[in-house]
Design a protein around this ligand. Structure first.
Ligand SMILES: Cc1ncc(COP(=O)(O)O)c(C=O)c1O
Length: 433
């Protein structure tokens, strides 16, 4: 979706962008960001945009948090890059920190990468190597990245896959419990039962469970539509994984780092992953990602079997250490929970009696609003219209969902009460038809 063009000072740059930037790179809002601070992005005219997109769930501590900026600047003066030639202390400190905040004490061994997709790739290589099994089971509606292998693992939209065939194989896709669009809407246990019947069918028709290295799943689907699976789905998946010696890989790239009111969304389910993926908000805006696992597993993966030139860059690691400190000092889990509850209950009250708003859902400050057409089907048209209207009111929101029918709200967790109030007012105006 491309929004209305803003003329004047942005214009010269937008024209250069049109000329020099590969047009495959789509941007949601047609403004040129000059600077950003807290909850706002400022364009080249000096206009302030309230940012409920946070660079797709990255700027969770707000744009350019002073502590994160200071840590990165100090690190720049000290050490910028080493790669795998030598050890460096920020990599080691951050690895230790990630094991301390991980949802289980048994997750005690860390590998750092540059992007979420690279973390997924590394984790898939590890799962195959360590189990000696080829197959991976992913879920319908998932998003795991844009590299060739993660494209094969992504099923949120055909648009991300078509014309890239042949894609890597040995990937089998199970149903995800998307209750709102299920024929068992209102019966969450049946929605979950259907998923496990579907996996059982995969085991009988496509791949023997002993050939499966891992299940790869988002604890809350992001790009797929901000879909929270019914309680019980993830614990049951853990049980099934254990029964067959299959690893459970949890993708917290979008849901992690306090976004849902806990440091990681999987904590809401009390489930222990074998591998957990982290990225996006980890370094407050600098590129960094990670996967964490158990040392009894990682020690089965010999040195040099995987690596990265830039992964675990010292400046990104310093920013990540500062970001995690900010999240803890400013109690951003509690903040996400409290503000999320407030926003969600107000949005639910607003949606009452409006058939075109199908569902308001989410956890913490990971909130999705799903729109319906006249027949109750998914409405991209309405979601786009709402996003456009928000932009006219100088607020940036993104859409998601298999048909683009969901508005996703991913504000900074540091957003003030008055900013939240302003965001809700703009949303309510924009969602009035
Ligand atoms: C759940 C999930 N996994 C993986 C990725 C890929 O991350 P990146 O864009 O950093 O490669 C994304 C990106 O949106 C994501 O939401």
């Amino acid at each position: 979706m491309v929004m209305a063009e803003t003329k004047n000072k942005n214009q010269a740059y937008l024209e250069m962008d049109d000329k020099y930037v590969n047009p495959v790179l789509s941007r949601s809002a047609r403004i040129v960001a000059e600077r950003a601070s807290g909850s706002y992005i400022y364009d080249m005219n000096g206009d302030a945009y309230l940012d409920l997109s946070t660079g797709i769930a990255v700027n969770s501590v707000g744009h350019c948090h002073p502590k994160v900026v200071a840590a990165a600047k100090a690190q720049l003066d000290e050490l910028m890059h080493t790669s795998v030639t030598v050890h460096h202390k920020r990599y080691i400190e951050l690895s230790k920190k990630l094991t301390e905040i991980a949802p289980s004490k048994r997750l005690d061994s860390v590998f750092l990468t540059n992007s979420g997709a690279e973390a997924v790739e590394g984790a898939m290589k590890m799962a195959r190597y360590v189990t000696g099994r080829p197959a991976i089971i992913n879920f319908r509606g998932s998003f795991h990245g844009r590299t060739m292998f993660t494209t094969a693992l992504t099923t949120s939209k055909l648009y991300y896959r078509e014309k890239y065939e042949p894609l890597p194989g040995s990937i089998h896709t199970a149903l995800f419990p998307y209750e709102y669009r299920s024929h068992f809407r209102g019966q969450p246990e049946k929605v979950v039962d259907e998923v496990f019947e579907n996996i059982d069918m995969l085991f009988h028709q496509f791949v023997h469970p002993e050939q499966v290295a891992c299940f790869l799943v988002e604890p809350i689907q992001g790009e797929g539509g901000y879909i929270v699976p019914p309680q019980g789905f993830l614990p049951r998946l853990r049980e099934l994984a254990d029964k067959h010696g299959i690893m459970l890989v949890i993708d917290e790239v979008q849901s992690g780092f306090a976004r849902t009111g806990k440091m990681f969304a999987i904590e809401h389910e009390g489930v222990e992953p074998d591998i957990m993926l982290m990225a996006k908000a980890i370094a407050g805006g600098l590129p960094l990602a990670a996967f964490i696992s158990r040392s009894d597993l990682t020690h089965k993966w010999p040195a040099g079997r995987h690596g990265s030139t830039f992964g675990g860059n010292p400046v990104s690691c310093a920013a990540a250490l500062a970001t995690i400190e900010v999240m803890q000092e400013e109690k951003l889990c509690e903040r996400a929970h409290k503000l999320g509850e407030m926003m969600m209950s107000r949005l639910k009250a607003f949606a009452k009696g409006k058939d075109y708003i199908g569902e308001v859902r989410g956890r913490g400050l990971m909130i999705g609003i799903e729109f319906n057409d006249k027949d109750g089907g998914p409405s991209k048209e309405l979601a786009d219209k709402v996003a456009e209207r928000c932009f006219e009111h100088k607020m940036i929101v993104l859409t998601c969902g298999n048909a683009g029918q969901v508005i996703r709200l991913i504000p900074p967790l540091t957003m003030s009460d008055s900013e939240a109030e302003k965001a809700l007012e703009i949303l309510e105006k924009s969602m009035t038809f």
